[in-house]
Design a protein around this ligand. Structure first.
Ligand code: ADP
Length: 427
């Protein structure tokens, strides 16, 4: 989807030109009816899929996706994301539950009649067809002609065939221009780079002008730089097309950068649905907290020790973590003394500090990873390895192997009970 990859101009101006160009071309496409998909809402109700008796790949998923929403299904490998997407596409039968697209139950509707276009990880291009042939393929198969015998006598067959072919060519060219692959239309897929192939796959979906786009890990085969560039362009494309998009990835960063809303799955079960910031700031359980965010949240397993004043105190490997009542309310009323809890701290809320700082815990720095303006400090604190992310200026003369103290701020902590469920804050 990069529009012009070989400019010698600075990155910022290239980006700006691309954005403007995409918008201009899309306006043109829309005027021609290429980029104005019907919008569609999707509703999944108690959807389950079982491939084998006794095990569920998707277990009772319910989800409402609004018109023009960009929803990302995310979770570790094998959690059921692709199965869920394939059920929406009609490529897998549902074992239980219903799928509605724009209010119509489509469980028994064939994939080709669901007005959906799907883009796969492996591009699924026909190696025997050119880029143009691949992009035209779906439309060519849907062309409508008068019956052959009538065509023979009237000559209408040839005329309509020519007209339709020209219209399809126009749509292919417009979509190819949008995606920056017009000069490649004559090439075979084997003559393209991975990024170009993925653009062809996207173009093939775009020319169909569907109500819903489904993406199954479409960027996984690309290198990190191209992936991040294409994410941005996909987001721009979504905003311009205003189409409903459902996107599957195992990469939470990709999910965070693309989604209007994220659906986190684990073992076929939906764990949480929400906007990226909501999932980051208010994860519903330990799994979501650990899955969303980079570096991953530090999980400190301790016990609820006592109430001191109004504040709760969790003991953790000989240290005390104070959870202020101003944030947590009366935790003493919610937790039994001595019960196990997990205090979750985002790496950017953990910071190296002076050893005398109240509430700090001593440890040893095992790795110092520098990322320009930011650094990750990986330290062994008691039996636990924690990661702190901070500005490079805070590292000072620290070296790997040095003793280090970490300040734990209970005000920005997350708290999970022994079953991994998040305990709500009072604000
Ligand atoms: P994900 O996309 O999250 O990696 P999938 O939806 O592909 O996960 O798979 C979910 C579960 O269903 C996995 O345990 C996988 O082994 C199983 N599965 C997927 N497809 C099939 C199939 N065609 N036959 C049997 N089991 C399958």
């Amino acid at each position: 989807m990069a529009i012009a990859v070989s400019h010698a101009t600075p990155a910022a101006s290239v980006q700006c030109t691309r954005v403007e160009w995409i918008i201009v071309v899309l306006c043109r496409l829309r005027a021609r009816g290429v980029a104005s998909p019907l919008m569609a809402s999707i509703r999944l109700t108690a959807l389950s899929k079982s491939y084998r008796a006794g095990s569920l790949a998707v277990d009772g998923a319910s989800l409402a996706i609004a018109d023009a929403e960009f929803v990302v299904l995310v979770g570790p490998s094998g959690c059921g994301k692709s199965t869920l997407l394939r059920m929406i596409a009609g490529l897998e039968e549902c074992t239980k539950g219903t799928i509605e697209i724009d209010g119509r139950v489509v469980n028994d509707v064939a994939p080709r009649d669901r007005d959906i276009a799907m883009v796969f990880q492996n591009y699924a291009l026909d190696p025997h067809l050119s880029v143009r042939g691949n992009m035209r393929f779906g439309l060519d198969r849907r062309r409508s002609y008068p019956s052959a015998w009538r065509a023979l006598v009237s000559g209408e067959y040839r005329r309509r065939r020519r007209d339709e072919s020209q219209q399809i060519e126009e749509r292919v060219r417009s979509a190819a221009r949008t995606l920056g692959i017009e000069p490649l239309l004559h090439r075979a897929p084997r003559e393209l780079s991975g990024g170009q192939r993925q653009r062809v796959a996207l173009g093939r979906a775009l020319v169909r002008n569907p109500s819903v786009f489904l993406f199954d890990e479409p960027l996984s085969n690309l290198d990190a730089l191209l992936r991040s560039e294409m994410r941005t362009e996909l987001r721009i494309l979504h905003r311009s097309l205003k189409a409903t998009m459902v996107y599957v990835t195992h990469d939470q960063e990709e999910a965070m950068s693309l989604a209007d809303r994220i659906v986190v799955l684990r073992d076929g079960v939906v764990q949480q649905v929400g906007a990226p910031t909501e999932l980051y700031e208010r994860p519903t359980n330990r799994f979501v907290a650990g899955f969303i965010g980079t570096p991953t949240m530090n999980m400190l397993e301790g016990t609820f020790d006592r109430v001191d004043g109004a504040d709760a105190v969790v003991s953790w490997h000989g240290s005390s973590i104070r959870l202020p009542a101003s944030r947590w309310g009366a935790l003493g009323a919610r937790l039994a003394q001595g019960c196990r809890v997990v205090v979750g701290i985002r790496p950017d809320r953990l910071a190296p500090c002076h050893p005398e700082t109240p509430g700090s815990v001593p440890g040893r720095l095992v790795a110092l990873e520098r990322y320009g303006a930011q650094c990750d400090l990986v330290a062994d604190v008691g039996p636990v390895r924690v990661t702190a992310r901070c500005g490079a200026e805070r590292v000072g003369s620290l070296r790997e192997g040095d003793p280090i103290s970490m300040a734990i701020d209970g005000n920005s902590a997350h708290l999970f009970d022994e079953h991994g469920q998040a305990l709500a804050t009072s604000r």
